[in-house]
Design a protein around this ligand. Structure first.
Ligand code: HPA
Length: 272
């Protein structure tokens, strides 16, 4: 079935189960599942029950679509996301974004765990993504374009919404959180980077690096959504001696930062 019809089929299934019309879609990263607590839940759908949805395989990643409210704002949240390194096609990874948009979401909020390359960063810092560099080996919009979903050659001059960035910065200030801003480099993983790769990614303009987010953001831009994204710096790749990085440390640092991140996302969505 072609993409447009799959989206419609999935959205129709969800609408048949749930009355909500979400204005904001939220996608959570590794170890950041805690953010589900900020939602007043009205309904939950397991990925396995949703037609055309892929199913998450990685430990530490949930697998359900959560509907509810943050303040007065209707949201839909993906608890658990799909990564390229798991073997999913770009089409599968970004499909949930298409569905969120079809359900009415105009804004996409994403979070992720990322490695820091900016020497001003430390483990546990939050970084608002102001721009990205796409180093994935495959583009999510490769192939025939369906004009009903977006234009063939999307503009990417402002992928991350300035008004949302400024709002989040002022929320962080009010909360006394020293939030950083920077450029996220997205690549496929699943290896963490070598010391030379971290240095290279910094030289080309990256402040943080991770294995997600960029495909979803590209599809959100294609479909005309406003995007806000936040990284937790879970490790520092740039140092004078090579640092060993483990998935456990990444999850631990992400878990530790999750409540602070949740507070900012909560205030941001409430303010919409
Ligand atoms: N590199 C890539 N992905 C990551 C990292 C990293 O250092 N930390 C968390 N996700």
């Amino acid at each position: 079935m072609e993409l447009f019809n799959r989206i419609e089929q999935t959205a129709a299934y969800i609408r048949g189960k749930i009355a909500a019309e979400p204005r904001v879609g939220i996608i959570l990263g590794s170890g950041l599942g805690d953010l589900t607590n900020i939602i007043e839940k009205t309904a939950t759908l397991s990925y396995t029950d949703i037609p055309n949805f892929p199913v998450s395989t990685v430990k530490g990643h949930g697998g359900e679509l959560v509907f509810g409210k943050i303040g007065q704002t209707d949201v839909v949240l993906m608890s658990g996301r799909f990564h390229y390194y798991e073997g999913y096609s770009m089409d599968k990874i970004t499909f949930p974004v298409r569905v969120m948009k079809a359900l009415g979401a105009e804004i996409l909020v994403l979070s992720n765990a990322a490695g820091g390359m900016n020497r001003d960063f430390k483990i546990g810092d939050l970084m608002i993504i102001t721009d990205h560099i796409n180093l994935f080996p495959e583009h999510p919009l490769r192939g025939p374009n369906d004009d009903r979903l977006g234009t063939r050659f999307p503009d990417m001059s402002k992928p991350y919404d300035n008004a949302l960035i400024e709002k989040a910065r002022s929320i962080a200030r009010e909360r006394g959180v020293d939030v950083k801003t920077g450029v996220y480099v997205g690549l496929q993983g699943p290896t963490f980077e070598t010391p030379a790769e971290y240095r290279w990614l910094h030289v080309i303009g990256g402040d943080a690096v991770g294995m997600s987010t960029v495909p979803e953001v590209i599809v959100a831009c294609h479909s005309g959504m406003r995007v806000f994204a936040l990284s937790v710096i879970t490790d520092i790749g740039i140092s004078d001696v090579p640092v060993v990085i483990t998935h456990e440390e990444v999850l631990e640092a992400a878990n530790a930062a999750a409540p602070v991140m949740a507070g900012i996302v909560e205030d941001l969505v409430r303010s919409l």
